[in-house]
Ligand binder design. Sequence first.
Ligand SMILES: Cc1cc2nc3c(=O)[nH]c(=O)nc-3n(C[C@H](O)[C@H](O)[C@H](O)COP(=O)(O)O)c2cc1C
Length: 313
Amino acid sequence: MIKTLILYESRYGSTWEAADIISLIMGPSRRYPVSRFGDACRDFDFIVLGAPIYNGKIHKKMELFIEKEREWLDGKKIALFCTCLNGAEGLHVLREMEDNLGDNVLELGVFGGRLDMNRLKESDFQALTRFLSREGLPPQGMDLFDKEEIVEWSLRLKDIRDGLLNKVPIPKLSGDVESFLKQHNTCTLATSSPGRIRATPLEYIYIMGQVYILSEGGEKFANLIFNSRASVAVYEDYTDMNNLRGMQITGRATIVEDRDEYQQVIKKKGMTMEFVRSLPADLHMIRMDMEKVEFLNSDYKKQGYSARQVLKF
Ligand SMILES: Cc1cc2nc3c(=O)[nH]c(=O)nc-3n(C[C@H](O)[C@H](O)[C@H](O)COP(=O)(O)O)c2cc1C
């Protein structure tokens, strides 16, 4: 498991809020203002540094922190983000920081900031009035903070971090994913459409390299007819933290229309078409086309790999 440390500086709260969102999505993680950096922070593997832009520069406390902890940072993988009102300027500042920190900077994020004129200290009020007039902007508060762009960035960062995992070789991982799916038969299918969500416990079968679900119908179809994007979870009961086994599959849940495919699955499931036709109601079939499997398996840790593995199709 790669642990992420989010170190931030914030004067009026926007960067704190961004750091909070990033921390929630990047877990296992911890979020600290740079002023609280200490020995407990040193063994984190992936470091996210975030600060606001003030007067065309990254917040001074962040600048000083990087200077002071440069040697420690040189041994880490890093992502940088800022909040600001002038995105081009924010990007320019982050690129300079990236040039300084070198190849271990893996991602930059520039987010819109927030400004409430009524909360500013007198000196900030003056500095800001100068900044706004330089930018040709009216001397008034602004809210460019956009949770969605921070969530998108965090998900991208999570993908980048997963790329750093101590990886199980793909043929072994594919084999393990297949065995796990064959050994189990119950899943939770999560579906959604605008205004509706549904998590459905279901029996599944894994055959011909696919997860198939048979169903008489129900609310999940109210979502699937609008949105085939779906997620399936297959997992074992929790016993303790060293014995975790479960997977989250992301992909598309397609209602099977093809007669041959339908008949093949029915046969492989040990049923006949005569039996299906004799049922009092129609039996629908869903095929989960897997795009990504996130597999958490404590056994991998014992074998020297990361417990969390990602298989993409
Ligand atoms: C005194 C002052 C100076 C600022 N200077 C800049 C600037 O040069 N460039 C910019 O893009 N934003 C500037 N901003 C906007 C801040 O970067 C933005 O409001 C940020 O989100 C504040 O973060 P915080 O709430 O975490 O302190 C300035 C804001 C203040 C109050």
